[in-house]
Write a protein of this length. Structure first.
Length: 424
DNA sequence: TCTGGGGTCCTAGGACCC
DNA sequence: TCTGGGGTCCTAGGACCC
C-alpha cells in the first residue's frame, strides 16, 4: 500500500504559523509578481475565491471579506517543507518528495487492519511537530492514493482528513463518486475528450481496456493510468535523490524594461540561481539557453507558451561554475536584445546535464578549475545557511528595476536572525 | 493597469544508417 | 509500372503535474 501526504493549503498554513490571529480567518497567497492566487484557505474558498485566478480580478471579493493577502515567501515555505519531509522520513522507510507540499510514502510494512491508525498517526505527528495540517490518502496504487486524498480533503469533517481505500468495495465507491476531470493524470484536454465519448466518472474510465487507453489516452501513459485505476501498481515510488534533466529559472519582471543592462543583470541573476540548483545535484551543464519575451506579446492568447525569442550556446566543456555560465548567458542577451523594445520576462535554461564527477580532468586548467570550485562551495555554503543570496556576483548588478513585485511579503521567520518571530 | 514558475514523460516525424 | 525493412538519434510539441 502507498500513501500520499498532502499539506492543507500549504502556503496559507505557513503564513498562519506566525500569525495565530489568522487561524480561522480567510487567507490567500499570491504567485511571484503578485499575479495569481496560488493558495487559499478553506475560509477564502468558501467566499468564492478562485484558485489560480488573477489577483486583480479577485481583489473586490478579497476586500469585501477582509481576506488576508500575502506575497509568496519561498524562504519560509522551503524551510517548513523541509521540516515536514524530515518528519515523514521518521514514519516510513521510503519517502518520495513529490512537490513542495506532497510526498508519497511506502506503507507495505503496515498490516491491512492498521492502515487507518497509521494514517492518523502520520497526520497527528506532522501537525504536532511542524504545526502544518495534512491530508492522507492510502491505496494500492499512487493514482488511487491521490483519489483517496481527494476525497479526504473534500469531506474533511467526515474523514478527519484521512481516507483509506483497501477493499474493492471502497475503491469502487470512490471511483464512482469521482468525476473524470479530478483524476490524477487527466487534464483539461483529456477530460473534454473523454466527456465527448460519454465517460464521466473515474469508475467508467477504470473499466476501459488497455487497448482503448493506448489509442485514446496518449499511448503508454494511458495504459498506466487505467491500470493504476484498476488497482495494478504501474507507477513506482521513485528513489529519493533523482537528478533533474533540465534546470530552468525564469521570471516576469516587476515592470517592463527596455535598457539592455537591466536585462543582462536579470539574466545573470537567473543564471546564478540555476547554477546553484545545478551544483546542488552535483551536475554540470553542457548547453545554456536564454529567452526574452517582449512586453507587447499578447499574454491573454497564450500566456505560458507565447512567442519569445531564444537562443542557446553549447559550452566547450560542461561546467557548474557560475562565472563560466554567466558569460555565455550575457552574450546571448546581447544577441537577442533589440533596442527600442520593452521586455517583460526572461529566462535561463540549463540542459545536457552530466554528473560533475565524470568531467574530464585537464592538465592545463586543473588549477584554476579547483580554486573556482572551492569558491563556489564557499558561496553556496554561506548563501544556503542564510537561505538567501548574501554573496553575489558583480554581473547581477544593483539597480534591480526589473525585480519582481512583492508588496505583501511576510518576514523570513525561520531563516534570518533579524526576522525571527518574537514572543513578548 | 494588473494573469507564476517550475518540471516530467511521451509521440511523431525527419534525417540518416545499413 | 515499379519502389524493403529495419534501426537510431534528434527536435518540436503536446499533455500532464504542483
Amino acid at each position: 500500500m502507498k500513501a500520499i501526504v498532502d499539506c492543507n493549503s500549504f502556503y496559507c498554513s505557513c503564513e498562519r504559523l506566525f500569525r495565530p490571529d489568522l487561524r480561522n480567518h480567510p487567507v490567500v497567497v499570491l504567485s511571484n509578481n503578485d499575479g495569481c492566487i496560488v493558495s487559499r484557505s478553506d475560509e477564502a474558498k468558501a467566499f468564492g475565491v478562485q484558485m489560480a485566478g488573477p489577483y486583480f480580478l479577485a481583489r473586490p471579493l478579497i476586500q469585501k471579506h477582509n481576506i488576508a493577502v500575502f506575497s509568496s515567501n519561498y524562504n519560509l515555505y522551503g524551510d517548513i517543507s523541509w521540516r515536514v519531509m524530515e518528519t515523514l522520513r521518521t514514519l516510513s522507510p521510503i519517502v518520495e518528495v513529490y512537490s513542495v507540499d506532497e510526498a508519497f510514502l511506502d506503507l507495505t510494512h503496515i498490516p491491512a487492519n492498521e492502515l487507518e491508525q497509521a494514517a492518523l498517526h502520520i497526520r497527528e505527528t506532522v501537525e504536532q511537530w511542524t504545526g502544518i495540517s495534512v491530508s492522507v490518502g492510502v491505496a494500492p496504487t499512487k493514482t488511487l492514493a491521490k483519489l483517496a486524498n481527494y476525497h479526504a480533503k473534500k469531506h474533511k469533517v467526515q474523514t478527519n482528513c484521512i481516507k483509506v481505500l483497501a477493499s474493492s468495495q471502497q475503491i469502487e465507491e470512490a471511483l464512482r463518486t469521482t468525476r473524470i476531470g479530478n483524476v490524477w493524470g487527466v487534464g483539461r484536454a483529456f477530460a473534454s475528450k473523454l466527456l465527448n465519448q460519454g465517460i464521466t466518472s473515474a469508475l467508467e474510465l477504470s473499466n476501459m481496456t488497455e487497448e482503448w487507453a493506448h489509442r485514446h489516452m496518449g499511448g503508454v501513459t494511458g495504459i498506466r493510468l487505467v491500470r493504476e485505476l484498476k488497482g495494478i501498481p504501474s507507477i513506482q515510488l521513485e528513489e529519493p535523490l533523482k537528478t533533474k534533466k533540465m534546470i530552468a529559472t525564469t521570471r516576469m519582471f516587476g515592470e517592463p524594461v527596455s535598457d539592455i543592462n537591466s536585462v543582462r543583470e536579470a539574466v545573470a541573476t537567473y543564471t546564478t540561481r540555476a547554477a546553484e540548483k545545478l551544483r546542488r545535484q552535483h551536475s554540470a551543464a553542457s548547453i545554456i539557453s536564454v529567452f526574452i519575451v517582449s512586453k507587447d506579446q499578447d499574454h491573454l492568447i497564450d500566456f505560458h507558451h507565447g512567442p519569445s525569442i531564444s537562443s542557446h550556446t553549447t559550452l566547450p566543456v560542461p561546467t557548474a561554475i557560475t562565472q563560466e555560465l554567466i558569460k555565455p548567458a550575457v552574450s546571448l542577451v546581447d544577441q537577442l536584445f533589440k533596442r527600442g523594445t520593452a521586455y517583460k520576462k526572461a529566462g535561463v535554461m540549463l540542459s545536457g546535464l552530466v554528473p560533475q564527477d565524470s568531467l574530464q580532468g585537464n592538465l592545463f586548467t586543473a588549477q584554476t578549475k579547483n580554486s573556482n570550485r572551492q569558491l563556489m562551495d564557499i558561496v553556496d555554503n554561506v548563501n544556503f545557511s542564510m537561505r538567501d543570496d548574501v554573496l553575489k556576483f558583480g554581473a547581477v548588478g544593483t539597480t534591480r528595476n526589473w525585480k519582481m513585485r512583492q508588496e505583501l511579503h511576510s518576514a523570513r521567520f525561520t531563516t534570518r536572525w533579524g526576522e525571527l518571530y518574537e514572543v513578548s
